[in-house]
Unconditional design. Structure first.
Length: 141
């Protein structure tokens, strides 16, 4: 069995509506504006209040680094099992509305989420919409 991660750059980071906590992004730190060096990470906080910024929405990554979003990055993770069949790797989501996603089991860390500190739910969707898990959670409520 082998595993691979493929990153796809999907859009620029100029529109605030496209950015959310947990999203994978490439940012340009202030110290790197001259060189254009990119730093990859996950969004923790959105710092720009306007709906659009021509140089990119300013965010704080989970690492604490602050910069403007240059690209939004999607991850496609697959496991190749014996026989060459591929399956999406499981990921874990919060069903409380904060849109939190993790590669590992855990609890929601978003202070403003209605399911803060509740267990994340396992999901293995291919489209990052988490439709089945979200529907199951709503029907259980």
């Amino acid at each position: 069995m082998s595993c691979f991660v493929r990153y796809t750059i999907t859009m620029n980071g100029q529109n605030r509506d496209d950015i959310y906590s947990g999203l994978g992004v490439d940012i340009i730190l202030k110290k790197d504006q001259g060189s254009g060096t990119l730093t990859r990470g996950q969004v923790q906080d959105i710092l720009t209040s306007s709906s659009f910024h021509s140089r990119g929405i300013k965010v704080r990554l989970t690492s604490g680094e602050v910069g403007r979003v240059a690209h939004i990055v999607e991850q496609e993770k697959q496991v190749i099992v014996e026989g060459g069949e591929s399956k999406n790797m499981p990921h874990y989501i919060c069903t409380g509305g904060c849109e939190g996603v993790s590669d590992t089991p855990g609890v929601c860390q978003a202070d403003d989420c209605r399911k803060h500190q509740h267990s994340l739910q396992e999901c293995s969707c291919a489209d990052d919409k988490h439709t089945e898990v979200m529907a199951a959670d709503e029907s259980a409520a």
